[in-house]
Design a protein around this ligand. Sequence first.
Ligand SMILES: [Ca+2]
Length: 172
Amino acid sequence: MPKTIAVLMLVVAAAAASADLVNGDFEAPALEPWVVFQSEGVTPRMELTGQPQVLKMQASGPAKGFAGVYQTQPARAGQRYQFTVLTKVTETGVGRGQISLEWLSDDNREIGRVWGPHWPLNETDRVWQEHFVRGTAPEGATQLRVVVTLFFDDEAGATGVVLVDDATLTKP
Ligand SMILES: [Ca+2]
């Protein structure tokens, strides 16, 4: 690779990394500051595992249920953000995974949401899959939430096992 291009790529990478998450690589001893959430009747099982560490997500419960993890960070209205994450389904189950970006006001009220791509949990991945969602923080937003959710949709039961790693928040 020509040296000028390599240098340019380094500069771009540094600029894009200016709004990162805490424990986005899941290498900390505990899940914090990620927060586990679930709908009524759902039992989430979210744990750090492996070396290097990843987040292992799974949940069981009724149809239409959901469970996931999120992390909240400061945001500035009018700023564009991108949430990127790697996932790998290692055991099949019901439902789908999906990422989202949510905008919050000062008083922790949700004032908007951007849904990212979703992926099925009824087939395993041979390699890691990259997903991203982009959005611009609306007027009144002072915080954002990056979210990874497992949805049961129409079937009760257990979701597939989803490994998650390398979550990043950038300003594209
Ligand atoms: Ca990791």
